[in-house]
Write a new protein. Structure first.
Length: 200
């Protein structure tokens, strides 16, 4: 089986299910909570474009370098955002986690910790990754802090790395977690998730 074959990951808090065209209306609703498309430092589908957003993600999946998920909050059953694996390098193996966004009401909740724990666990324990990386806009300070809270180490900045949706050039901040660091990171995420879930 190709490492990027669709898979469902879940725990008591969240379900990461393979992204499909059927998720378009729910993603539209999630993005509308906070009008997330107005945030130039993230890539969130604006009104009427969730279907094409999903189509592009699935094209990346078909080409073998992306595995996109819809994020379903377990208790309510709501689709609240999206995330994905990308930049899979099979010779190591190594991959990146990103393209992550949540409806505004779920930002800074326990969901990000729950999602990242599931994705990291699968990457290290099932796919055997040597490292997992995270990339974020240099201007997205909330995202940088969230990645650091996962236990990832800042590696550096790629200057003029890509263009934002508004056409401006973006510097990309890079973080990583190595396989040998995963046991300690896993323990930390478990403790953090228990604390956050107990105090929503």
């Amino acid at each position: 089986m190709h490492p990027f074959a669709p898979i469902r990951l879940q725990d008591d808090h969240v379900v990461l299910e393979p992204l499909s065209p059927e998720h378009a209306p729910a993603l539209e609703a999630a993005a509308a909570d906070g009008k997330l498309w107005n945030l130039f430092v993230t890539s969130v589908p604006p009104p009427g474009q969730a279907a094409s957003y999903i189509e592009r993600a699935l094209q990346g999946q078909a080409e073998g370098h992306m595995l996109p998920f819809a994020i379903r909050e377990r208790r309510s059953g709501e689709i609240v955002g999206s995330t994905r694996y990308y930049e899979f390098a099979p010779e190591l193996p190594r991959l990146a986690i990103g393209y992550t966004w949540y409806a505004k009401r779920w930002q800074k909740s326990h969901l990000n910790t729950a999602c990242k724990r599931l994705l990291l666990e699968h990457a290290f324990e099932q796919l055997g990754c040597a490292a997992v990386t995270f990339h974020t806009d240099e201007e997205n300070h909330d995202s940088q802090r969230a990645i650091e809270r996962l236990g990832a180490q800042r590696e550096g900045v790629l200057r003029a790395h890509k263009r934002r949706t508004d056409g401006t050039l973006r510097n990309t901040v890079c973080f990583s977690i190595l396989a040998e660091e995963w046991p300690n990171v896993s323990n930390w995420l478990e403790m953090r998730l228990n604390r956050l879930a107990a105090n929503p």
